[in-house]
Design a protein around this ligand. Structure first.
Ligand SMILES: NC(=O)c1ccc[n+]([C@@H]2O[C@H](COP(=O)([O-])OP(=O)(O)OC[C@H]3O[C@@H](n4cnc5c(N)ncnc54)[C@H](OP(=O)(O)O)[C@@H]3O)[C@@H](O)[C@H]2O)c1
Length: 341
């Protein structure tokens, strides 16, 4: 009988995740019911939103019940199927959880058309929920257009690094903020950003004033706090502020005071709009075509930060909150059968 190894959430975190918030379990896998598939996980995606899911109150999803497998998005290969739409050997993405194998309703999974020229990690870094977040957030909510100035925070992360590059592709001037000189160099020297601000050591307000002489037309917010505050000081008339994430608050009990320059949203008739990418699930395919083309053309680059082994997940997830990751944070849970061929 096959065994499933899993991390279960057993305590509500106070502040950052701690190893004792999780418990490692090994259980026999159940038999499949009609409509179900067995998926062996290859890559687990570690995402900032998981911190909110672990809280006792609902976010855009219900809280994870204590004692259940930690929720998480992942990519894997079907090993057994009692669902007509999936067969052994198919690659799928979905909420596989922090576990080595998942028994899932087949209808809850997305089958991937795997292109042999695209590395498997790119399907989580670009051609998955991250790419869709950047694409729809910037182009639909942000309505970014050629000639405009775009500022993106958390710019060296998974979403932010794509947002800035898509901004360049559509013809924006792009300024990113990130937490180290190494990250800022990556943005300007390799990804084509026009400028980058190391928010940990530079005065954000005065640097943003200097780097955005024509003001800000689109601000893509991943972080909240000081950077959002500064961006609001320089928004243009009819600016769009895309509220994608507020990671600086996810470990806090009490939210920080609101931004100081909110009055500019009013007098400049700006629009501040939050969004959650799962609302675009049925339209992901619209994003994947252009994203894959830009990748193939070398205009859209990505980086993955891969941690080896599911055992590492409870510690590795905090890389997102310390800023240790550059690009998409993944856990390699098992080997890709495609790579062994
Ligand atoms: N709305 C949606 O549907 C949606 C979907 C996906 C992601 N998101 C959100 O988008 C944001 C980015 O997610 P991601 O998956 O791409 O993660 P990520 O950017 O790859 O990783 C998180 C980064 O946030 C920065 N950070 C952490 N704590 C910070 C703090 N206190 N102040 C400033 N920066 C901090 C760190 O970079 P530095 O070194 O630069 O500090 C870290 O590398 C998150 O807020 C996430 O919740 C939203």
């Amino acid at each position: 009988m096959k065994t499933n190894c899993a991390w279960r959430l057993v305590a509500r975190p106070e502040g950052p995740f701690k190893p004792q918030d999780f418990q490692w379990t090994e259980d026999p896998l159940p038999d499949l019911a009609d409509g179900q598939v067995l998926v062996r996980q290859i890559y687990l995606s570690l995402d900032p939103t998981s911190r909110g899911w672990a809280n006792p109150s609902a976010t855009y999803l219900p809280p994870i019940p204590l004692g259940s497998v930690m929720r998480g998005f992942g990519l894997g290969v079907v090993e057994e199927s009692r669902y007509p739409g999936l067969a052994p050997g198919d690659y799928v993405q979905g909420m596989l959880g922090w576990q080595t194998s998942a028994v899932s309703e087949g209808s809850a999974l997305s089958r991937m058309e795997r292109d042999p020229n695209i590395p498997l990690d790119a399907y989580l870094a670009v051609l998955g929920h991250i790419g869709a977040t950047a694409y729809f957030g910037l182009l639909e909510i942000g309505q970014a257009k050629a000639g405009e100035t775009l500022v993106v925070s958390g710019a060296a992360g998974a979403v932010g690094s794509l947002v800035g590059q898509i901004g360049k592709i559509v013809g924006c001037r792009v300024v990113g903020t990130a937490g180290s000189d190494e990250k800022c160099r990556w943005l300007t020297e390799e990804l084509g950003f026009d400028a980058a601000i190391n928010y940990k050591k530079e005065p954000v307000l005065s640097r943003m004033r200097r780097l955005c002489p024509a003001g800000i037309d689109v601000h893509f917010e991943n972080v909240g706090g000081e950077v959002l505050d500064a961006a609001l000081a320089f928004i243009n008339t009819r600016a769009r502020i895309v509220l994608c994430g507020l990671i600086s608050q996810y470990n806090e009990f009490v939210p920080p005071p609101g931004p100081r320059f909110l009055g500019n949203v009013l007098i400049r008739r700006a629009r501040l709009e939050g969004f959650v990418v799962i609302d675009y699930q049925d339209r992901f395919h619209e994003a994947f075509g252009p994203l894959a083309t830009w990748m193939a053309e070398g205009r859209l680059k990505y980086r993955t930060d891969i941690v080896e082994g599911l055992e590492q997940a409870p510690v590795a997830v905090n890389r997102l909150f310390t800023g240790a990751n550059i690009g998409k944070l993944l856990v390699r849970v098992s080997d890709d059968p495609g790579e062994r061929r």
